[in-house]
Design a binder for this molecule. Structure first.
Ligand code: 5AD
Length: 380
């Protein structure tokens, strides 16, 4: 415990000085007391860097077509069992406006599979209309695109972009994402940052073949890239994928621990309490003993370094079909109002509040990747 506490102190003072071995040690606290100490340290760092309040993002999952064939994902092109849908541009804007009437979200996240089926002008129009109607920030999560597409959508008003690299282990990446490459994906992230998007990335935790060293390297990549947003979600096997019979390798505790270590390494990042964490928390009840009053494992992540909640405002009829992993779709009914109410309850149970406003990155200016900084350096 003493050695672990010393390592935590080192992480706070000098995260840049941490080696892969240090990060591996941070990821494996020697006792429950050390684990709690880690979570609490991450929580304090998060309060310091991003404040006490929680950012709510509304997410519209507007198409589940995907040209990629990632072995873990239920939306993979090869999955013939999923009912594909593609919302019209009008319907996407309408969904955002409807959500805005229920709660004035500061950010709308537009996510889809990697769907080549939209005209660029239509996507530009959607971004412009949502910005006009809500005055909120718009985040895109639509996969790997060309420089021209990223640029056009930014000119249309898109503020942020989410593109998880999923794993930084080249071999694992090649096996799990056969239709793209790690170089291509990291190249897209560089492009996005160069354009000045607030850029988010991150990983899936517990992928088959992923070991502790690989996770440590992933987190160090996030540190070195200094992403504005870092997302860590547990892998949940999907029955209609080649990894359907793999057993669950992460649990609530290991996910919280990884989120907390990520907070130590990228203190200024916005970090979501991921939906996938909420899903595994429904069966893995261990965390309830840590926080008996909370309804949702995601809330515990808000005490361990995370500071963002994503709320699904996709029209109810599409929800079941956006089956990235099982258990994701919530019940129907007035889903938007119900989940906003429940989220507010949990956030107030934690004595936290929901932030008004867009919730931009606390880093200023954002999106200036290390390459840019180096380039500017030549002029001084
Ligand atoms: N389990 C957990 N997360 C998954 N994702 C895709 N498939 C799974 C799965 N089976 C995540 C990826 C992607 C995000 C939208 O969903 O990280 O970036």
């Amino acid at each position: 415990m003493i050695a672990y506490t010393a390592l935590l102190d080192k992480a706070i003072v000098n995260p840049e000085g941490l080696s892969t071995n240090d990060v591996m040690a941070l990821l494996t606290p020697p006792s429950l007391a050390a684990t709690r100490r880690l979570w609490q340290t991450a929580h304090l760092l998060r309060l310091d860097a991003t404040g006490k309040c929680i950012h709510l993002r509304a997410i519209i999952e507007f198409s589940n077509y995907c040209r990629q064939d990632c072995l873990y994902c239920g939306l993979r092109q090869g999955n013939r069992r999923v009912a594909r849908y593609r919302m019209t541009p009008d319907a996407i804007v309408e969904a955002a406006i409807k959500a805005h009437k229920a709660h004035q979200f500061g950010t709308y996240v537009l996510q889809s599979g990697e769907d080549p089926g939209y005209d660029l002008e239509d996507l530009e129009w959607v971004v412009q209309e949502i910005k006009l109607a809500t005055n909120a920030a718009v985040t895109l999560s639509i996969g790997e695109r060309s420089y021209g597409v990223y640029q056009a959508l930014q000119e249309a008003g898109a503020d942020r972009f989410l593109l998880k690299f999923e794993t930084s282990d080249g071999n694992l990446f090649r096996k799990l994402k056969p239709t793209t490459t790690l170089e291509q994906r990291l190249g897209c992230l560089d492009t996005l940052r160069g354009l000045g998007y607030q850029t988010g990335s991150g990983i899936i935790l517990g992928l088959p073949g992923q070991d502790l060293e690989s996770v440590a390297s992933d987190l160090l990549l996030c540190r070195d890239a200094d992403y504005e947003m870092v997302s860590i979600g547990p892998f949940i096997p999907h029955p209609d994928t080649p990894l359907g019979s793999v057993s669950l390798a992460s649990n609530v505790c290991s996910t919280l621990t990884t989120i907390a270590v990520a907070r130590l390494l990228v203190p200024n990042a916005h970090m979501p309490a991921t939906t996938a964490l909420g899903v595994i928390g429904q069966n893995d009840k261990w965390w309830k003993s840590e926080a008996p009053k909370l309804q949702d494992a995601r809330s515990l992540a808000l005490m361990a370094g995370a500071n963002v909640l994503m709320l699904d405002v996709t029209p109810a009829k599409y929800r079941a079909s956006y089956s990235i992993y099982p258990g994701k779709a919530s019940a129907d009914g007035d889903v938007i109002c119900d989940s906003i109410w429940q989220t507010k309850q949990d956030v107030s149970n934690l004595s936290m509040t929901i932030c008004p406003g867009r919730g931009d990155s606390p880093k200023q200016p954002w999106g200036r990747g290390s390459t840019d900084v180096k380039r500017e350096g030549h002029f001084h």
